[in-house]
Ligand binder design. Structure first.
Ligand code: AMP
Length: 114
C-alpha cells in the first residue's frame, strides 16, 4: 500500500469502485470515465507504480495478472468480438494514476488511434 495512492485505496475499499472481479491478488473495476462500452481496469493489489515496476511483483503475481486479464475479457463477454489491453507508463503515455493498471476495452470496434 502506497500513501496517497488512489488505486491502493480502491483495493482497501476506502474509495468506492464498481468491482467486477477480485482474486489471486488482483482487482478489476470499471473505469470511472469509460472510453468504450466496456472499460475495465485490472490492477495488482500490491502497489507498483507502473509497468516499469513490474519486477516488484513476484513471478506468480505476474503470471496471475495475465490470466486474470483474460478472465475479465471472458466475463465481460468480449472473447468472440475482441478486446484491447493497454497500460501506460510515464508522461509520454499520459499515465495519470501511478499504480500499475491494465485497461481492458471492448464492446465496439475500437479506433486504431486508441
Ligand atoms: P491512465 O491514464 O492510464 O493512468 O489511466 C487512469 C484511468 O483511471 C483513467 O482511465 C481514469 O478514468 C481512471 N480512473 C481515475 N480515477 C478512477 C476511479 N476513482 N475509479 C475508476 N477509474 C478511475
Amino acid at each position: 500500500m502506497a500513501d496517497d495512492c488512489l488505486f491502493c485505496r480502491i483495493v482497501t475499499g476506502d474509495v468506492p469502485a464498481d468491482v467486477v472481479r477480485r482474486g489471486n491478488g488482483m482487482v478489476a473495476f470499471r473505469d470511472i470515465a469509460p472510453k468504450a462500452p466496456v472499460h475495465v481496469l485490472v490492477i495488482p493489489e500490491r502497489h507498483v507504480d507502473s509497468m516499469a515496476g513490474v519486477g516488484g511483483l513476484t513471478p506468480d503475481e505476474r503470471a496471475d495478472m495475465l490470466a486474470f486479464i483474460a478472465e475479465v475479457g471472458r466475463d465481460e463477454g468480449l472473447e468472440a468480438t475482441g478486446y484491447r489491453v493497454t497500460t501506460n507508463h510515464g508522461p509520454d503515455a499520459l499515465q495519470s494514476v501511478h499504480h500499475l493498471h491494465w485497461h481492458v476495452m471492448g464492446g465496439t470496434r475500437l479506433s486504431d488511434s486508441m
